[in-house]
Design a protein around this ligand. Structure first.
Ligand SMILES: Cc1cc2nc3c(=O)[nH]c(=O)nc-3n(C[C@H](O)[C@H](O)[C@H](O)COP(=O)(O)O)c2cc1C
Ligand code: SF4
Length: 418
């Protein structure tokens, strides 16, 4: 089941140092790529079908084109905010193989004709920011970065920027606002496909893992990447497992594998011999699946969308038969209510309101129409806000009610206010 592309060298001791990384093939792709035309790199990425690995699965090639066709100065921003609960794959890359990320950044900058890249990392991840800065220092000293990348006459500078620890700063336009020194508020989105704009210049924002996949494609070709996964979801992803599972961790697999096999074979099954009750498939913002749905679910974008959920970041949260779904939803809603940036009324008020309703339920103060009220508020949050934070919360609520309504009803029945 395991299929290692990005994680292929993770086990090697001291891989984070330049010497060990180079001994294991790091920066080989630069010699190949920088002799080619920039458009050739971009078209190889388009052909590979690489999809963004930060949660949305947007085709990378199409996004690169939006920036590279611009005559203006452009930037690359790598999204290392990784704040989605249940997701911890980007940190694994930055810890184990930071030079792979730097190599991917060099290739991407060259392809989109950018000379400056920023890695925006969540403030709390100091260890990982230090790891990256050490790797950058070594790469500068070795002439891999700076005025004259590997003597190819092309300048690339990379800066690590630490955020202040807000979930919303993972959203690409909020991230750029924060990088510009402003409050991390998402921007309104244009109707047409468009790049992001950093200080008014076209900017590509890609996730850490997306960028770390680029060297494999350049070294081995688009077809080699396409030989893994499914037709519409080609390649691999660093899938994660946490919660009630025997072997939590990160496992790289091709898209399209069985979720149940992933849990049983790689994860070693549910902890303490308990039965599986539910799985949140791709970070907290993806709708929950029941154990029955998990039996036939496949791990690719299309399959999960068909059953009313989403692949998201591929960070799965496993829950056993003893888990109270009302308490799980309360945990998530407290998080969302705290993290809403507050710009849009349906989100700011809605997340606090639904959180309050679930608190009342848990305190046996529920009302007969609470489930309808939750659904109603969730409708108000969907499709009426600046960013997709609120619609994602709405889908999370709907997913719990659709699959575990009886547990919410049981709390209402026990309530003194009914
Ligand atoms: C609320 C919210 C939080 C997000 N957090 C992250 C994050 O931590 N890391 C990430 O790469 N993308 C995150 N995204 C997605 C980014 O907006 C963006 O789509 C992504 O970085 C693009 O990179 P990709 O195409 O390589 O996936 C978030 C989106 C939203 C709406
Ligand atoms: S939906 Fe929520 S998080 Fe997104 S911009 Fe509006 S208030 Fe902020």
């Amino acid at each position: 089941m395991i299929c290692k592309i990005v994680s292929k060298n993770f086990e090697i001791e001291n891989l984070h140092t330049l010497e060990v990384a180079k001994r294991n093939g790091a920066y080989k792709s630069i010699d190949k790529a920088f002799k080619k035309k920039q458009t050739e790199i971009e078209s190889e990425i388009s052909k590979s079908g690489l999809r963004g690995k930060g949660g949305g699965g947007a085709p990378a090639g199409a996004k690169w084109c939006l920036v590279s066709t611009s005559a203006q100065k452009s930037y690359l921003v790598v999204n290392a905010d990784e704040s989605e609960p249940g997701t911890f794959k980007d940190r694994e890359i930055m810890d184990k193989d930071p030079h792979l990320l730097i190599e991917g950044i060099l290739l991407t900058c060259y392809a989109i004709n950018a000379h400056d890249a920023y890695i925006y990392i969540r403030g709390e991840y100091k260890f990982f920011a230090d790891r990256l800065n050490e790797a950058l220092k070594e790469a500068y000293a070795d002439g891999i970065l700076g005025q004259n990348v590997k003597d190819f006459g092309y300048r690339i500078d990379i800066t690590v920027h630490r955020g202040a620890g807000a979930y919303i700063c993972g959203e690409k336009s909020a991230l750029i606002e924060s990088l510009e020194g402003n409050r991390g508020h998402p921007r309104l989105k244009p109707h047409e496909p468009s790049p992001e704009y950093y200080f008014g210049k076209p900017t590509l924002v890609n996730n850490v893992e997306t960028i770390a996949t680029v060297p494999f494609i350049i070294n081995n070709g688009a077809d080699a990447y396409r030989s893994f996964g499914t037709q519409k979801s080609p390649g691999t992803l660093l899938f994660g497992m946490s919660g009630h599972i025997n072997k939590p961790g990160i496992y790289e697999m091709a898209f399209g594998e069985s979720m149940q096999d992933f849990i049983n074979i790689l994860g070693g099954g549910v902890k303490n011999g308990k039965k599986l009750k539910a799985v949140i498939p791709g970070g907290a913002s993806t709708p929950i699946l029941s154990a029955k749905e998990v039996q036939t679910a496949r791990l690719d974008y299309e399959s999960l969308r068909e059953i009313g959920s989403a692949l998201g970041t591929g960070g799965m949260i496993i829950m056993d038969e003893d888990t109270c779904m009302v308490k799980v939803l309360k945990n998530l809603l407290s998080f969302y209510s705290h993290e809403s940036c507050g710009q849009c009324t349906p989100c700011r008020e809605g997340t606090a309101w639904v959180d309050g309703i679930i608190s009342n339920l848990l305190n046996k103060k529920g009302k007969a129409d609470d489930i309808e009220l939750l659904s109603d508020i969730s409708k108000t949050m969907n499709g009426k806000t600046i960013c997709v934070f609120a619609p994602a919360v709405a889908m999370v609520i709907d997913g719990f009610i659709l699959r575990f309504r009886d547990e919410f009803e049981a709390y209402i029945k026990e309530s003194s206010y009914v």
